[in-house]
Each structure stands twice: as C-alpha cells, then as structure tokens.
Ligand binder design. Sequence first.
Ligand code: UT7
Length: 340
Amino acid sequence: MALHFDTSVRNSRILSVGAYRPARVVPNSEIVDRIESSDEWIRQRTGIETRHIASADESLIDMAEAAATIALRRAGITMEQVSAVIFATITYPYQAPSAATELIVRLGNPKAAAFDISAACAGFCYGVALANDLVRAKTAEYVLVIGGEKLSDFTNPDDRATAFIFADGAGAVVIGPSDEPRIGPTMWGASAESRDAILMHPSWLDYKKADTRESAAWPDIAQQGQTVFRWAVYEMAPIGLKAIAAAGLQPEDLAAFIPHQANERIIDSLARSMKLPESVQIARDIRTTGNTSAASVPLAMDALLSSQPELHGKNALLIGFGAGLVYAGQVVELPPLPTK
Ligand code: UT7
C-alpha cells in the first residue's frame, strides 16, 4: 500500500560559511631539512608557502567547534534549529562514535541527527550534496556541514611524499531552505580501481595504547603523488564542466572557482582545461593553508569571500577530489554578506 505524506520538494542554499585556522603558522623552511627538500621546490611544485598546524592539545573537534560557531552566528541560526550535522573528516581518531556526535554535544544540541562521512578531500562536497537533498526533501530544516582535519597527527614528518603538503583546519557551512535553487546538482563518483593511490592504514591495537603520535605507531597517510596528480588534472575538468551545465549555466556565468586545494598546478590546469574566463576568481588558499583535505574547500571559500566580499551571493564551482579515489563537484551560490 502506498504511503501518504508530503512528497513535494523545496529549494536550498548555503546561508553562511565559517573557518578556523590554528594560530601556528609553519613556513616551508621549518619542514625542508627532515625531507631533503627546499622552499623553492615546494613553492614551485605545489604553490605552498606556509600552512597552519594545530598545537598538541588542540583537537579536531576544537577546530570544528570554532568554525561551526562562526557559521551559525553568520547564518543567524541557533544550534537548536539545526536538525542534522554532517562531519567530513578522515582524521578523527575514533572509528566510533562519530566526530559529529562529539561536536553536537559541544555545540549544545545533543539531539540533532549527526554522522561522519569518509570521502577524504571530496568529503565537504559530498556533505553539501547530502545536505542539499536533506533540505530539499524536508528531512531537515537546517544542516551544518563541517570539513575538518588534523592531518598533522597522521602525517609522517620524515615522509618526503607527504610532509610538505598536509595541514590542519576546519570549515563549516549552514545549509537551509531557499526561495530559488541556489545549490546545483552534484556530479560525483569514484575511480576506485586506483583506491591504493592515497592510503591511511589504521592500527587500532597500537592506537588504543597511544596518547600521542610519538608513543605508538599511529597510521600515516601515504600518497602516490603523480598518480593522483594525473587523475585530478585529466578527470576533474570534465566533471566541473558537467556540474556547470547541470546547473543550467555556462563557464562565464561563474564568479568563482573553489576547487580542493591539493596543488596550485592542479588548480591552474583545471581552470585552463575548463577554459574559465579571466573574470572567474580562483581560490588559491593553498599558498598559506596547505592541503587540509575535507577542510580545504570551505576554508578556501571563506578566504576568498574575506578578500573579495563582492563575491558574496555570486555563483561558484566547487570540486573536491581525493583518496578513494572519489570526487564531487557542484555549482553553488556563495552565501550572502553576513550581518553578524
Ligand atoms: O589531497 C588529495 C589529493 N592529492 C593530490 O591531488 C596530490 C597530487 N600530487 C601532487 O600534488 C604532486 O604529485 C606532489 C606535489 C605530491 C609531488 O610533485 P611531483 O611534481 O609529482 O613530484 P615527483 O614525485 O614527480 O618528483 C619530481 C622530482 C623527483 O626528482 P627527479 O627524479 O626529477 O630528479 C623527486 O625526487 O622531485 C623530487 N622530489 C622532491 N624534491 C624535493 C620529490 N619529492 C620531493 C620533495 N622535495 N619533497
């Protein structure tokens, strides 16, 4: 027998963004000696000049709470009004319970629906896709989407392939109902035949005994840089173009391009391949933030809006891609200029 309930849908939008970067700024010069590298090599090959690294007593949840608090204030929404929290991360050190449940306790609404998603550097864009559909289908009124990482806990400072790339931070958006469609359809998928290209092996028995990285064998992130680089450069531009077309737009209708901040050469290559016009502002937060995986897109969004407030309310293409290998991209209207 068919069920009887309201099956109509509504529109949704990003109401606000908030960001948190740890206070400690680490320049390339602090990293290069342990990995036989140089400031020049890191700048030329990645664009990174400095990154933020959390202190030992600053947790992933501390960073997420700070970013979420700003996003809620800017949206003019209280935590009681949030019906679901989606936390994209690969660096919460517990398999269960989720980072999202720790966060809702901190934020004072332990009754909200809460879950994590493991989609690495694509996690935030996966979260936007899910939140959009939850609001559209009226499963939730306001959804808080967090991308947060403390990658310094999971990166070997002696690994020449990763030590210079990864960093820490958290970004958050509030997604809620809208009069018009302001989040476009998500183009997503995977190239899971290459799922070994980025790995983080958990070692639970060792972790249980450990309080810090130093005291036991924590899992470390490992990456086949060139494999991921080629995949991103060749596969992500068509996904971006599909996301633009799915939103009913042309590249010249965009005001901004905010891709995952993995490598500035990847960012430039994607913009060239998609033939984005000069008028499209490109997020280059990687220079001072490094690669913060799930946090990178909301951090880059916040940085771009801070430096160019005229982009508030304009359309931006977001693309996340990473371990899996998984990806997701969508066009969104950037949140309005906050009044609080
Ligand atoms: O966020 C998740 C998604 N991740 C990504 O999208 C990352 C994609 N990959 C990359 O960004 C790049 O592959 C890296 C930045 C990780 C590496 O850059 P690359 O241009 O692919 O370097 P490579 O591994 O091809 O090495 C090129 C050269 C080699 O020297 P020779 O053989 O040309 O003499 C390496 O030995 O650079 C050397 N090299 C280094 N030199 C100084 C490799 N790593 C380093 C290093 N410092 N850390």
